[in-house]
Write a protein that binds this ligand. Structure first.
Ligand code: PLP
Length: 407
């Protein structure tokens, strides 16, 4: 298997692929997973070199092949997330796009929404926009200092005007997992729709949309699903009345071309314009990769790395402190070193040690407020399927050195 090289010609560590340990260590999988499996690279290459056509438009054989890629991705996503009808998978371009499709499509004047204090800006900003425009009212349910929302608080906030509950499934700050099944039961009891931001759960842990009563699940393709950027979408469960949504984007769909009004069937109602077919080809390969490795095994592997990192760094790195770490969360660690700014730590990790991570507020000021790390934020290590214990040990050594700088 060929080694992947970055622009400086350094071999990127990729142990699950049998590569040697390289000069770059990538712990920024929570932002975007990297490296991608070889099969993902091959799928993109195959589409660009051998197919290249527009799916669902022309009738020639290349267009049909492109259409098959999209159909295969829809099928795999439906199966992966426990939905029977693959047409209920609607492609967009990332989780933000899907969340906007859901939020702006679903809300009507006078509606009330309950969301949580662990949301990413991708949900809270569209909600705040609608609130500022006087269209909706909004209540933010608090979470405890571990990032878990008390389910009874969500229920207490429901009023006669509440039509939607919006919940971030897994925090991108500390990996805290909300009990979406319990929230789904409450929503069902009150006849309210549930929208879940699955940016950090899709591919990171098993999710069953029908079983959890999730009406709309927004996913992104470039994180836990190991696809490329510019992929993602919204999945409706098998019973949700999707016609309640106004399409956020309308236009050409390749279907019903004689009609000058938007089709009202799935997935076309929400899929106007040419899709990112190359990206969707990478999703097919990414999902196959996860299936082969088994999502539960990947989760255990990433949790093991997170726990090993925290245990080892707590012993060896002076002033090391985590923010709301829990070994049962998905494999994300937010931390600081007393006496150093998070930007200094991240810069030194990158410049002196070749370790890639993200620092600051991670587009989640609400979550950082909840966890007590606002306004400076944290340094975040987000582990992926290709990371190893050796890389974690190397990072701890690097942090040991960095921690001495403050003295
Ligand atoms: C919890 C959460 N929601 C939404 C997003 C937005 O994802 P995307 O950039 O793919 O739109 C992210 C990305 O980091 C995230 O972590």
């Amino acid at each position: 298997m060929a080694n992947i090289k970055n622009k400086n010609n350094l071999i990127i560590s990729s142990p699950l692929r049998g590569d040697e340990r390289g000069a770059i260590i990538y712990f920024d999988n929570t932002a975007t997973s990297f490296p991608k499996p070889d099969s993902v690279v091959e799928a993109l290459n195959n589409y660009v070199v051998n197919i290249g056509a527009n799916p669902g438009r022309s009738g020639h054989s290349l267009a049909i092949e492109a259409g098959e890629i999209v159909f295969n991705a829809r099928n795999r996503l439906a199966r992966m997330f426990g939905v029977k009808n693959p047409m209920r998978v609607v492609f967009g371009f990332n989780a933000t796009d899907a969340l906007n499709t859901a939020i702006k499509g679903f809300m009507n004047k006078g509606d009330h929404v309950v969301t949580t204090a662990m949301e990413h800006n991708s949900t809270i900003r569209p909600l705040k926009q609608l609130e500022a425009e006087g269209l909706i009212s909004l209540t933010v349910a608090e979470a405890d200092d571990t990032g878990i929302v008390d389910i009874s608080k969500i229920e207490n906030h429901i009023t006669g005007k509440t039509t939607l509950v919006v919940v971030n499934h897994v925090s991108n700050v500390n990996g805290a997992i909300q009990d979406v099944e319990a929230i789904g039961r409450i929503c069902k009891k009150h006849g309210i729709a549930l929208l879940v931001d699955g940016a950090q759960s899709a591919g990171y842990m098993p999710v069953n949309i029908n079983k959890a009563n999730i009406d709309m699940y927004a996913f992104t393709g470039h994180k836990g699903l190991y696809g490329t950027q510019g992929t993602g979408g919204l999945i409706f469960n098998d019973s949700f009345y999707y016609k309640k949504l106004r399409p956020f984007r309308t236009g050409g769909t390749g279907s019903r071309s004689a009609d000058i009004v938007q089709p009202d069937f799935l997935p076309d109602m929400f899929e106007s314009g040419t899709l990112n077919t190359g990206g969707i080809a990478t999703l097919v390969a990414g999902i196959d990769f996860i299936k082969e490795k088994d999502v539960e095994n990947i989760l255990k592997h990433e949790q093991h790395l997170a726990k090993h990192f925290v245990t080892s760094a707590s012993k060896r790195v002076a002033g090391f402190e985590t923010v709301a770490f829990n070994e049962k969360n998905v494999g994300i660690v937010s931390f600081r070193i007393k006496g150093l700014s998070v930007s200094e730590i991240a810069e030194l990790l990158s410049e002196d040690h070749g370790i890639m991570c993200r620092h600051g507020l991670h587009c989640s000021p609400l979550a950082h407020r909840t966890l007590g790390s606002f306004p400076e934020g944290t340094v975040r290590f987000g582990f992926g399927a290709f990371n190893t214990v050796e890389e974690v040990d190397y990072a701890v050594e690097a942090l040991e050195k960095i921690a001495t700088i403050k003295d």
